[in-house]
Design a protein around this ligand. Structure first.
Ligand SMILES: Cc1cc2nc3c(=O)[nH]c(=O)nc-3n(C[C@H](O)[C@H](O)[C@H](O)COP(=O)(O)O)c2cc1C
Length: 171
């Protein structure tokens, strides 16, 4: 697909082209008064090291996003390469998504999924609107990483990464 005129850019064309930007896959978890909530999200970015800050973009229609706005707390669960089923489970709407996974409660009270490659517990410090989505800017209060390989997402599919040759590593 080639689009070079801004007026001509349709949402589906944008989805197709931006889908060439490979990402990891996360489950953003939080809680409301009753229960844990979670949604699959790939729109995550590190924002600042000092202080440790990240951002995540969540649809205003997301029940999880609304609970994040209310509680000001969430956890990022970076999925391992064997967790594509978990990604699909948390990409559904409604129901108890936590029934089919094992999880624990982190130090900030947020649900942490067993088997995640890494978890980061975050506190919202700012938010901004962008089209259908809200950008949550959040301080990272706790972060844990485990050995393993990530689940990745590219052109609408889950993929696995392979390492580039050593001599091409960034310094
Ligand atoms: C690979 C993948 C990545 C996704 N990334 C996001 C995202 O970054 N932000 C978002 O709001 N929804 C994203 N979604 C869609 C949500 O997971 C989906 O709308 C979910 O049903 C929302 O659930 P909730 O309303 O219970 O929070 C993604 C879905 C998939 C499969």
């Amino acid at each position: 697909v080639t689009v070079d005129s801004p007026q001509a850019l349709q949402p589906e064309a944008f989805r197709h082209v931006i889908g060439h930007f490979a990402s990891g896959v996360t489950v953003i978890t939080t809680r409301d008064a009753q229960a844990p909530l979670g949604t699959t999200a790939s729109a995550l970015s590190s924002l600042s090291l000092e202080p440790p800050t990240l951002l995540v973009c969540m649809n205003t229609a997301s029940a999880t996003g609304r609970a994040v706005a209310a509680s000001g707390l969430f956890a990022v669960n970076i999925l391992s390469e064997d967790q594509a089923e978990v990604a699909l489970t948390f990409a559904r709407k409604g129901g108890d998504k936590f029934r089919s996974v094992s999880w624990s409660t982190g130090g900030t009270g947020m649900p942490l999924l067993d088997g995640a490659l890494a978890t980061l517990e975050c506190r919202v410090v700012d938010q901004a609107c962008g089209g259908t989505h809200v950008v949550f800017i959040a301080r990272v209060e706790r972060a844990v990483a485990h050995p393993g390989a990530p689940l990745a997402y590219f052109r609408g599919r889950f993929v696995r990464l392979s390492l580039a040759p050593d001599k091409l590593e960034p310094s």
